[in-house]
Design a protein around this ligand. Sequence first.
Ligand code: AMP
Length: 127
Amino acid sequence: MAKEECIFCKIVKGEIPAERVYEDDNFIGILDINPEMEGHTLIIPKKHFKTILDTPNSLGNEFLEAIKNVAMKLIKDKKADGFNIIFNVNKIAGQEVDHVHCHIIPRKENDGMKLKMINGLRDKKKK
Ligand code: AMP
């Protein structure tokens, strides 16, 4: 997909509205339009890279910092007890938007969310 057509590039440029909850020099954080949980946030680099594999290592520290800042804010504002922090890489793994982004999904006791992989691992551990 050409950068000009990329929905996250358009959000970065302010051409499409989104609820920005975080911004620094190289990243924005927006609320996911179709959240798994209240507060589900996407961290998106302002520059277009397709996946985490295409993203320069030099952005690594700032990416981590953005993730941690948003997570701390969700602990404070949404009383989150934990998180699932997910990068979907390529279509086969569920990546729908070809502009790298990290999902931060806040979790609470008995929130009812089921992630197949994580629940599967928990089940195995119990045996
Ligand atoms: P992924 O499947 O990892 O590519 O995730 C893409 C995410 O972007 C999905 O969770 C969508 O709900 C979300 N999304 C798509 N369009 C928008 C938008 N305009 N504003 C906010 N979130 C969006």
